[in-house]
Design a binder for this molecule. Sequence first.
Ligand code: 5AD
Ligand code: SF4
Length: 452
Amino acid sequence: MEFKLNTNTLRPLSGAGRKLFVETYGCQMNVGDTEVVVALMQREGYVYTEDIGLADVILINTCSIRDNAEQRIWGRLAEMKRYRRAKPGLVVGIIGCMAERLKEKLVEGPYGVDVVAGPDAYRDLPRLVREAEAGGKGVNVLLSTEETYAEIAPVRLDRNGVSAYVAIMRGCNNFCSYCVVPYTRGRERSRDPQTIVAEARSLFGNGYREVTLLGQNVNSYKAGEVDFPELMRLVASISPLLRVRFATSHPKDMSDRLLEVMASMPNICRAIHLPAQSGATSMLERMNRKYTREWYLGRVAAIRRYLPDCAVTTDLIAGFSGETEKEHEATLSLMREVGYEFAYMFKYSERPGTFAHEHLPDDVPDEVKSRRLSEIIALQNELGHASNLRDVGREFEVLVEGRSKRDEKQLSGRTSQNKVVVFDRGRHDVGDYVRVRITGCTPATLFGEEII
Ligand code: 5AD
Ligand code: SF4
């Protein structure tokens, strides 16, 4: 894709100092996309503001993964009426997955949004906003097979200045039967590795100490000769002081080669997010996950073989189509067998347009879904707590991310396994690596002291 820099054009920047506010919902990918959007809008002369009350343009970066995510955004759109009243001419735009899913309906509906831009249309945003400023509506929901925003340097909005996300690919080709992502984010494509390494290197130069490489299925990354294990090696070679993480892995593509590379580089974090979704092979088949329970457990065994101190985390769905009590029990037993450090746990939410919506009835009653989800959550709390208790007495290298929320004299950081540790500040500050011995824990947090 060709892109001309503004510096080559004579036209004045269309943003001309107008203020932009972006609100982000959903996954880490959306957080990264918002940073690309701000970069693209700044090139046009818009200025980012953190105060929504000052904004001339409000963009809402949206999520469609479950119905409750969309409901929240509808609620937020209703509130936009207040800002519109306070500021005539205000432009309100919906970007991201909900824009892709609902398209023109968003400009027509009761909320009359001014701009609608899908995940592959962000380069067009300045034009779409201009159209809205001129009193029209700006809509672009074209999906691309190539767009990766490869050369755009995202504007970091996170502000901890230590850890950043770097998108390495977009879209998804897996078509899990419950999932709307392949429809809202389009086909999978990998970003040029040189731009990824350059971005990570520049983050490191700016004081960042951790990058998380992001994609829906990072294990299928492929750009020319470079596959995911090789990309990890390239990024982790930037400096031993740069921690590298990644999300998310699809179990079907988790290769031994990746585990070998991880084992050979200590700055690649000992944490793998490996969404299981269910512990029953029959269910995995209905979900179109393309692996069995045994295959999944085999991958976990391989992780333990190569990386004995690696944390394994997961995503689980309760109450997908046709889920029997036995299948639910299989999920609980999988959880016990793996002993997850952490899990994201969801109640199945039917999404229009997916294979499941067309062919697999949403037939588990809501109270059954809720009960199963609470059982899953209760078990995970136990497993998480047990894992934290096992860490008491052990030593970890902690990367400091910030001051503790509760006590200014304490710092908070993460272990390589991605667990939060709180400890006395001593002479340290944000961005430091500190060796810490764990002295105690709650189910969610480790407490420790510096080893001097
Ligand atoms: N309902 C509930 N959870 C879902 N996920 C994806 N689609 C749905 C759905 N329709 C979950 C999966 C995925 C995570 C990002 O969201 O667990 O891994
Ligand atoms: Fe959705 Fe499956 Fe793709 Fe993940 S791998 S985004 S769950 S379709």
